[in-house]
Ligand binder design. Structure first.
Ligand code: R5P
Length: 299
């Protein structure tokens, strides 16, 4: 018997509700509160013994609070003897810190995985996770994980709703070729991959690309995360300098840190579309059907 729970972070509860409907599973309840000193209180309101638990909890900002809620909820499912625990973390915090870039740095993604392993989570599902540049199954330091993608849904939306017939597609990261392969049949074959370098997450990246034929083209910029907006802003400036007629942006997880939205508008972005992984006015693609389609055939 399957039972779906949603944590309190981002849009997790709505995603859990939609997922329970799509999977024809029960919807469970959680009581989550903050103690006066800000520690997290979690209580599971259903009997999960012997059941297959599917728990949706995003770890988008505030990441650390969301991670603690995730860990203590999962550990409680385990202690209460759930038969199987699948966790869906659409936005997986700390995925970008997956190696020691400078000596002595924390490999935070590994620490997150170690805790999930210690709880004996059966499967982790995530969405367009950064750095795991291939889609499909991967191992997050020993945790059996699966990287799903909103790329096709976003590409279809851009094609059918924004009146863009033959766009040029900019992907601001050379490692994201699997995304291009996945959407080629929808957006066509005109891809521009940018080489960028950024010293720290606090700075805007530098774009090293010199040439691209974007004269009078409608340009769509695809990315996994819109954080400070620095990457998209630089890619937009690049596209407009190369003569692009119009720039639209399609991203899976849109954080809009500080006034990223306004800065992008001022830089010339005409429209941004994203998923409801993090609920924003620009959220046009629900992620629950993407998760449900994959899970239906496998659980
Ligand atoms: C990094 O390589 C990612 O694919 C995104 O481009 C990056 O996380 C976006 O961050 P920001 O909006 O802060 O530039």
């Amino acid at each position: 018997m399957k039972i779906v729970f949603g944590g309190t972070c981002s849009n997790s509860i709505n995603v859990a509700e939609e997922l329970a409907r799509a999977l024809d599973a029960d919807l469970g309840g959680l009581e989550v509160k903050r103690f006066p000193d800000e520690e997290t209180y979690v209580r599971i309101l259903n009997d999960v013994k012997g059941k297959h638990v599917i728990y949706v909890q995003s770890t988008a900002p505030p990441q650390d609070t969301c991670l603690v809620e995730l860990f203590i909820t999962l550990d409680t499912f385990r202690r209460l003897k759930a038969k199987r625990i699948d966790v869906i973390i659409p936005y997986l915090a700390y995925a970008r810190q997956d190696k020691e870039f400078k000596r002595g740095e924390a490999i935070s993604a590994r620490t997150v995985a170690k805790i999930l392993n210690a709880i004996r989570v059966d499967r982790l599902y995530t969405l367009d996770v950064h750095l795991y540049r291939r889609l499909g199954p991967f191992s997050l330091y020993g945790v059996k994980a699966y990287n799903l993608s909103a790329g096709r849904a976003l590409a279809r939306y851009v094609k059918s709703n924004l009146g863009i017939e033959a766009p040029a597609t900019i992907i601001p990261d050379r490692g994201h070729t699997p995304l291009a392969d996945m959407i080629r049949d929808i957006v066509g074959d005109h891809f521009v991959f940018l080489r960028k370098r950024r010293k720290t997450g606090w700075e805007y990246p530098k774009i090293y690309e010199k040439t691209a034929d974007l004269q009078r083209k409608d340009v769509v910029i695809f990315d996994d995360i819109l954080g400070t907006g620095g990457t998209i802003l630089k890619a937009t400036q690049f596209a407009l300098a190369k003569g692009a007629k119009r720039v639209v942006v399609a991203v899976t997880h849109a954080l809009f840190i500080d006034n990223a939205r306004e800065r992008l508008r001022e830089a010339g972005v005409s429209q941004i579309v994203t998923t409801d992984s993090i609920l924003q006015p620009e959220s046009v693609i629900p992620i629950a059907p993407i998760m449900a389609e994959y899970l239906k055939s496998r659980i």
